[in-house]
Write a protein that binds this ligand. Structure first.
Ligand SMILES: [Zn+2]
Ligand SMILES: [Zn+2]
Length: 495
């Protein structure tokens, strides 16, 4: 089977100067199956940033924190500087996502690429153009100020049309590239993400507790899909064409562009649904809980926020360069003051996935694991771990006075443990499926020794706790229940 369509580029954790995916991608040979060679499909950077922007729109907020005072929809935003994620944001009651970016980053926005979950309104656009951003990409569904109305006499719809017209005028008079950047997925990407999500450590942990994981995954994926389609897809083709026309995307309205666009959008939504299904919503009381006997330091984040951040890390893992195991890590910190951002006091410190050193060329390093090669030809000495990349390419300093938290999709290995301990991370949210194990070239023996860092592990809430188990939410993206705060289970779990 040919490997055409699978994308491969060796560029470390997003810090190559050239962000253009079409030039950035090194095609693999088409003579052998990529999977046999150990080359799995990867998410392109553009698609990764796009999916992160959609996911950020769903950042859990308290009910009163949702926009609703005007006709503007919530939106998500990824700020990218030289191919590295500088910020993950979402709109708040006071500010649109674009305004959050200006307030947070100011002059640092110059030259940045911005990925929005909706086309930003003219109020945001004029400030971003003024700030000298390099490029603005947006998801081609409904705009920040909704254009979905059938009633032309409706005053709010007239406002939306005026705003869309102003946005187009700003676009045509500026040199900034304001566009839709979507890329078709590699031929087996959807299947690959389904498989890796279903086999991820979070579901493996549930499987070890005798739950039917295939069923849990299928149900969760379906539920996510219906929620995400409802939010990010205009089902009615005529309405979608209308919106695209008003946003200056007439070219997308003609065939085959229109059908292709809709197919790409659906495929990306499916990826997001699968990735999120890898961390199901509080199935039978599953969540991130600590076993520490003494409760130290800051209190834990609410479970829905933890899940959101872990899924950010799972999305990053879809861009792994490790042919066998994708790992993603995200570092957030909680400041002292409430900020204008929809993420409240949380601000991004860094993120990464496992990859070869930045600037590596194709096949420059061994890609084989223990089954295939002698020790000197194995990959492990060359691959940077997700935690290492997140620390190396961080966009903010780790401050002693703030609660800095790492979210990682696999148990940190012995190589990463001292780094995490010394970097000033105060809490870690992860899985301990591999803890205590030696898996060929990587060992996970030191996780339990990690002191001074509160460990919140994916597990079932202990049944002998006095805390009542929270009922599962349908899809907890938007609802926050205070009682879902990761509570400290002050008793050792039965093994
Ligand atoms: Zn706006
Ligand atoms: Zn590691």
């Amino acid at each position: 089977m040919a490997a055409s369509g699978s994308r491969r580029s060796f560029d470390g954790n997003g810090s190559v100067p050239n962000c253009d995916e079409s030039r950035d991608v090194t095609d693999v040979g088409v003579q052998t199956d990529a999977r046999v060679q150990g080359l799995a499909p990867r998410l392109s950077k553009v698609n990764l940033f796009t999916l992160l922007s959609l996911w950020m729109e769903l950042f859990p907020k308290k009910e009163q924190e949702h926009r609703g005072i005007d006709a503007t929809a919530d939106s998500g935003l990824v700020v990218v500087q030289e191919c590295r994620v500088l910020g993950l944001h979402c709109s708040s009651v006071q500010l649109h996502a674009g305004q959050v970016a200006v307030v947070k980053h100011g002059p640092r926005l110059k030259g940045c690429d911005l990925y929005f979950s909706r086309k930003p309104c003219s109020t945001c656009l004029k400030m971003l153009i003024n700030a000298g951003v390099n490029r603005i990409s947006y998801w081609p569904s409904d705009a920040e100020i909704s254009l979905l109305s059938t009633d032309d006499a409706d005053p709010s719809h007239q406002e939306a049309i005026l705003d869309a017209t102003a946005a187009e005028r700003l676009k045509s008079n500026s040199r900034i590239h304001i566009c839709v950047l979507l890329q078709s997925l590699g031929s087996n990407m959807l299947q690959f993400v389904d498989e890796t999500s279903q086999n991820c450590d979070f579901l493996e942990k549930i499987a070890a507790d005798d739950l039917d994981v295939a069923e849990v995954f299928r149900r969760e994926r379906w539920s996510n899909l219906s929620d995400l389609v409802g939010r990010f897809f205009v089902d009615d083709e005529e309405q979608h064409r209308y919106v695209l026309n008003k946003m200056g995307l007439e070219n997308f309205c003609v065939e085959p562009n229109f059908s292709n666009l809709r197919q790409h959008m659906k495929d990306l939504i499916k990826i997001l649904a699968s990735v999120a299904a890898g961390v199901p919503v509080l199935q039978r009381g599953y969540g991130f809980f600590t076993r520490d006997l003494q409760v130290l330091g800051s209190s834990a984040l609410p479970q829905d926020v933890v899940r959101h951040c872990i899924i950010q890390a799972r999305l990053l893992a879809c861009r792994t360069e490790d042919p066998k195991v994708g790992v993603g890590a995200v570092i957030w910190a909680e400041g002292k003051q409430s900020q204008c951002d929809g993420t409240g006091r949380l601000y991004l410190v860094g993120c990464g996935y496992n990859a070869y050193p930045v600037g590596s060329g194709y096949a420059e390093y061994p890609q084989m694991d223990h089954r295939q090669e002698e020790r000197q030809n194995r990959k492990y000495r060359y691959i940077l771990h997700a935690e290492q990349n997140a620390l190396t390419f961080r966009s903010a300093e780790i401050k002693d006075e703030d609660n800095t938290m790492m979210f990682v999709t696999k148990c940190p290995c012995d190589e990463c443990i001292p780094l995490i301990g010394c970097a000033g991370i105060k809490q870690i949210y992860t899985t301990d499926l591999d803890s205590g194990k030696v898996k060929h070239d990587i060992s996970y023996l030191r996780f339990n020794e990690l002191s001074g860092v509160q460990k919140f592990i994916w597990q079932q809430r202990c049944s002998d706790s006095e805390e009542p188990a929270a009922p599962p939410m349908s899809n907890g993206c938007l609802k926050r229940r205070d009682e879902d705060t990761a509570f400290q289970c002050n008793k050792r779990l039965r093994s």
